[in-house]
Ligand binder design. Structure first.
Ligand SMILES: Nc1nc(=O)c2c([nH]1)NC[C@@H]1CN(c3ccc(C(=O)N[C@@H](CCC(=O)O)C(=O)O)cc3)C=[N+]21
Length: 289
């Protein structure tokens, strides 16, 4: 089975569009600000895709582009401007940032109620303590949970193995799966005999940035394989961290690259923009599970 993130993303647009329309009829304009510093080509594509999706849904999207030599003080001033702007519901600072800027300082500068990425220590703390309050979570892992739910893949009691320990994907992914009842194993760059772990995964999440790291032999037959990689092969073609052509013969379900996790990341961003808009306007939210 192929897990079609692009199709699911387009399907979820229908109800989100209706929700935006209803909010607008009440005089509420959902608004997202994306700040991008420098000219990393991949980031430019992601930001463009986010902007397109927002426009499609009727969400107001502002992109603030700044040069690669933009200073940390200048970026903090820009964030502060949008923190104080009551018409803005979500602020996203695209990562990676140039080296003169400390990302942890920037993440902490974003007003908590506008932390649409869920990267702040407070929101990460809620995730890791399985809080029943509403809180935003990192968009890529959230999108993966949405895909699993849609394809009726229940993590409860399953062994989930995470390859890659990033703050954006691996770590929050493990927490979400743990909260959903999975047994979670984290693996990372120092893990010895990686394959001995991946081969025991019922749900395998791969987020390393190493093209085609995971081969058919590394996968338990029938497993669900989620590929978060966005890599370039020797011909410059966009490929994942999983060798898709061979893995699809072994996996029970698998996400393609492109058209898998990427579009669902953007869907999560839109969902969380709407959630923050509703919170700002004292609207009730669905309880967390
Ligand atoms: N503050 C922050 N929040 C993020 O959520 C964030 C970030 N920084 N930095 C980078 C990662 C990566 N990311 C993606 C978004 C869209 C696609 C996407 O649209 N992918 C398409 C096509 C991609 C292509 O054609 O190159 C697909 O997979 O089908 C991928 C990856 C968000 N991230």
């Amino acid at each position: 089975m192929i897990i079609d993130g692009k199709a699911l993303s387009n399907q979820l647009d229908i109800s989100m569009k209706a929700e935006v329309k209803a909010l607008r009829e009440e005089g509420i304009e959902p608004k997202l600000v994306v700040i991008i510093v420098g000219n990393d080509p991949a980031s430019q594509i992601y930001v463009r895709n986010k902007h397109r999706k927002a426009i499609k849904l009727g969400i107001t999207s502002i992109i603030e582009r700044r040069p690669a030599d933009f200073t940390q003080a200048e970026l903090l001033a820009l964030i502060d401007q949008y923190n104080r702007d009551d018409t803005v519901h979500g602020i996203l600072v695209q990562l990676p940032l140039p080296k003169q800027i400390d990302k942890s300082v920037i993440i902490r500068a974003i007003a908590l109620e506008k932390d649409v990425d869920g990267f702040s220590p407070e929101n990460v703390g809620k995730l890791f303590s399985n809080s029943h309050e509403h809180y935003p979570v990192s968009c890529t892992p959230k999108g993966i949970m949405t895909m699993l739910a849609h394809y009726k893949i229940d993590p409860a009691g399953q062994h989930a193995v995470i390859v890659g320990d990033s703050n954006i994907v691996g770590r929050p992914m493990g927490a979400l799966l743990l909260n959903a009842g999975a047994t979670v194993t984290y693996t990372h760059i120092l893990t010895q005999d990686l394959s001995s772990f991946t081969r025991t995964a019922d749900i395998l999440i791969v987020a390393t940035g190493v093209a085609h790291l995971i081969k058919a032999d590394d996968i338990k037959p029938g497993a669900t394989v989620i590929d978060v990689g966005m890599d370039r092969d020797e011909n410059g073609k966009l490929v994942g961290d999983v060798d898709y052509d061979q893995a699809k013969e072994v996996a029970g379900a698998i996400t393609p690259v492109p058209g898998g996790v990427g579009p669902m990341t953007i869907t999560s961003l839109m969902q969380q923009t709407l959630e923050l808009t509703k919170v700002a306007n004292h609207r009730a939210l669905e309880p967390v599970k």
